[in-house]
Ligand binder design. Sequence first.
Ligand code: URA
Length: 237
Amino acid sequence: MGQIRLDKWLSSGAGLTRSQARKVIKAGRVTVDGQTCRKADWKLDQDGSTVLLDGRPVGYQAFSYLMMNKPAGLVSATRDQREKTVLSLLDQIPKGLFPVGRLDKDTEGLLLLTNDGPLAHDLLAPGRHVDKTYYALLDGPVGREEIEAFARGLDIGDDKSTLPARLELGDRPDQVYITLQEGRFHQVKRMARAVGRTVLFLKRISMGPLVLDEKLKPGDWRPLTKEELAALGKDIS
Ligand code: URA
């Protein structure tokens, strides 16, 4: 039977960062098997402990799920010989955590980090066609012609054309929202190139049911909420 630290238990099950978990423990808001426990490093039996936060039960979540607003300048990898990775932003790195899919070094926005391999597979498997939406600033305007070209799918130099993609105009005709059903290498930039445009700035704003939390500044992250986990088919209640 595995032993888990109380702060780890709480952060996994209550959607708190480790330091938030330590604060609520210090504040006396947590009971273990009926007794208030103020020790963050208290060890619990994974299967035989009852933990309450403010009187509400908190179960242990074996996997971690974090939403990050990836900043430009970091690579979406667990390790890299030369570059700083997105994991360098975390204070504690849950075992086996990895980014689900890649954003380019200069791309910002929604990145899911988890150690739940099957979930990552579900989100990334080519046959699943999980929608990913990006905001892009282009070097010039686009219009109906480009919208139609994206909708047909584009030849970007691979064996096959891309699947149909949605191109929507933002406030200005050089600001667009692009929704892809696949995740090919540099896909947004290559699709923009195929219609004669260059991407000047790129940010992912959604992936499947997950939408980038606007409160997260580039470099910030937080655990997924219960609602977000439920939308991914992970019920932690
Ligand atoms: N498409 C790109 O060109 N870059 C990314 O980072 C993501 C999608």
